[in-house]
Design a protein around this ligand. Structure first.
Ligand SMILES: [Mg+2]
Length: 232
């Protein structure tokens, strides 16, 4: 290796794995299971908007993880006049269903395997819930390829909090030879900015950066990660 990078810190949802497809399948499964009929695209869009808002609030420390998981469905169900007393059961089923569908972003599994063969240390850094993420990691095959798994629910801190990254640092992961690869400006890239870790923004849909965080690198395909790392 001629690069200074030794550690690759991967986000999961929307980075290694396609979250949108998993979300759609999980919602469809749970709607069927709970007899709620069909969740059309407009409804899913409403749910996604509510969900996104709650995760944003959690990143900012404005609410708890439990509130995110339950209240997102409470708000969504209220909007459509569904029985809100099923939110907790629905959420649990949804978490499990989310872990069932593993669709890789680009060639993510092959890319991670190659980095492992090349001697890099790789870690997962995710704000997802333990129930869903553990299942995804096993099912996708990423779990056994990683040198460490950092799930915010286990740590008690969320990205982009510096406290999340301090846990990695305490485990001996040196920030100076690490890079974060993630699709979220507000959690992954901002987290890197807060902790002083190089960042690579995975932006396959060419979204605009509204200035909330500054990425050192930007890619639209994970196959470019190696090129980026070799240039550092
Ligand atoms: Mg993500």
């Amino acid at each position: 290796m001629v690069t200074m990078i030794k550690n690759i810190l991967w986000d999961i949802d929307g980075t290694l794995l396609n979250f949108k497809i998993a979300e759609r399948k999980a919602i469809d499964y749970c709607f069927e299971k709970f007899g709620l009929g069909i969740c059309d695209d407009e409804m899913l869009k409403d749910y996604s908007r509510i969900n996104h808002k709650y995760w944003g609030d959690l990143e900012k420390g404005l609410c708890t993880r439990e509130e995110v998981l339950i209240n997102r469905f409470h708000d969504f169900f209220s909007l459509y006049g569904f029985d809100t007393s099923i939110c907790e059961d629905f959420n649990r089923e949804y978490q499990l269903a989310l872990g069932e569908t593993c669709v890789y972003c680009d060639d993510s599994l092959e890319i991670v395997k190659k980095f492992k063969e090349d001697g890099y240390k790789q870690y997962v850094i995710t704000n997802g819930s333990k129930l869903a993420q553990d299942k995804k990691l096993v099912k996708s095959g990423f779990g056994k390829l990683m040198d460490g798994i950092y799930i915010s629910e286990n740590l008690g801190y969320e990205k982009p909090s510096i406290k999340f990254f301090e846990v990695l640092n305490n485990d001996g992961i040196n920030f100076n030879d690490s890079i974060i690869i993630g699709d979220s400006l507000t959690s992954d890239i901002k987290g890197g900015n807060n902790a002083g870790i190089l960042t690579c923004w995975y932006n396959p849909n060419h979204m605009l950066n509204n200035g909330e965080a500054t990425a050192n690198y930007e890619i639209d395909n994970l196959s470019d990660v190696e090129k980026i790392i070799m240039s550092i």
